[in-house]
Write a protein that binds this ligand. Structure first.
Ligand code: OGA
Ligand code: NI
Length: 371
């Protein structure tokens, strides 16, 4: 099996045929497919570059929140969070107080959604409908990416307060998902305080100034077993369009962060969350915090299940976001322009896929200076 260039086949037609099944990648695997269809095969130039970048097992920081109520411990945690967010843009959080059972049930609910009766699941299938708050789909960028990802997604969207309607979630996982969201929102508030303090701001600064806990996006990913993992990928290299993201992954592994020109595995730790800084906090911190590239590779065994909670802020807000005034000075002039979250979202969707979201608002960035 080789790679085939776009000219040699009617890619659009094959993408459309896949889209119209409304059964996602899981549907293909269930049909008994033993090879990777060409719409999923990564382009030759990408695959050949792959071997130049080593994959290593460095330790991504693991931070315990045990004892956070005491000032001394909290000060230590603040330093750890800041250091990890500057150096890696990634850390794992343990001893966060959310019961293991809540995490397990969430991943089970995720899996049950994807493995339910396909005719029922199809009714949730949607592409690009911004009015829906509960959507199932595969490859949101199917028609524009160079290769489709080996992944399906079931998403819960709260673009602004009042947008989300829990009754749209199938009953069998409704309480589990809502309970999970409540817990991760609380953890988000803690993380916002730690990050605010790390940046030398009042503990309540990020929450109060951004109102970011009022808008969120929960995505339940399902990565089916893949017959030829080296030809495709579960999630292409990207940085997240969020303030930060809290990821829960099962025990299979596959998540990698790009650190010092190497892919570093983020091995699952039972009961831990993976937290990563997103584009908006990189911009607000004027590049002090790092929104780092990451990806998910596929595996011959599966499915792999992960649930990502994106803290996104209120998409309809007219508030302007940009580098925090307290963090800029003559020596550290602002690197980014101001924008609304709605502008950010629109430009993020329209950008060439290899442009990271934070680049869209860089002052003096040549290729992307849009105004
Ligand atoms: C994401 C993401 C990684 C994973 O959803 O943005 O990076 O392990 N997911 O599913
Ligand atoms: Ni991501």
């Amino acid at each position: 099996m080789g790679t085939v260039s776009n000219e040699e086949y009617d890619r659009k037609k094959e993408l459309k045929a896949f889209d119209e099944t409304k059964m996602g990648v899981k549907g293909l695997v269930d049909s008994g497919l033993k090879t990777v269809p060409r719409i999923f095969i990564r382009p030759e130039d990408e695959l050949s570059k792959e071997h130049e970048i080593p994959c290593v097992n460095l330790q991504v920081p693991v931070i315990s929140l045990q004892g956070i109520e005491s000032k001394d411990v909290r000060d230590k945690i603040v330093k750890q969070v800041l250091h990890a967010s500057e150096k890696w843009g990634f850390f794992q959080v343990v001893d966060h107080g959310i019961p293991l059972e809540v995490l397990e049930k969430t991943l089970q609910g995720n899996q049950m959604f994807h493995e339910q009766d396909v005719e029922v699941k199809k009714m949730f299938y949607s592409r690009g409908d911004l009015m829906k708050c509960v959507v199932y789909g595969s490859n949101y960028d199917l028609y524009v990416s160079r290769a489709a990802n080996w992944r399906d997604t079931f998403a819960l969207v709260n673009s602004y307060p009042g947008f989300f309607d829990p009754n749209q979630i199938p009953e069998f996982c409704r309480d589990v998902m809502m309970n999970y969201i409540e817990h991760v929102l609380k953890l988000s508030e803690t993380l916002l305080e730690l990050l605010s303090m790390g940046l030398g701001l009042e503990p309540s600064y990020l929450k109060d100034e951004t109102q970011c806990t009022q808008g969120w996006y929960l995505v339940n990913h399902y990565y089916p077993a893949c017959p030829a993992p080296e030809l495709t990928i579960g999630t292409t290299k990207h940085s997240d369009p969020s303030f930060f993201t809290i990821l829960l992954q099962d025990n299979l592994g596959g998540l990698q962060v790009f650190h010092e020109n190497q892919w570093v595995n983020i091995p699952p730790i039972p009961g831990a969350f993976v937290v990563n800084i997103g584009d908006i906090l990189q911009i607000m911190s004027n590049d002090k915090l790092k929104s780092n590239f990451h990806r998910a590779i596929t595996n011959q065994v599966g499915p792999r299940i992960s649930t990502a909670f994106f803290l996104e802020g209120v998409q309809s807000s007219t508030k302007l976001f940009g580098p925090i005034k307290e963090l800029v000075s003559e020596d550290h002039p602002p690197i980014y322009k101001e924008f609304t979250l709605g502008d950010y979202d629109t430009k993020f969707r329209d950008r060439p896929l290899d442009v990271p979201g934070f680049d869209l608002f860089k002052i003096q960035s040549d290729a992307n200076n849009i105004d």
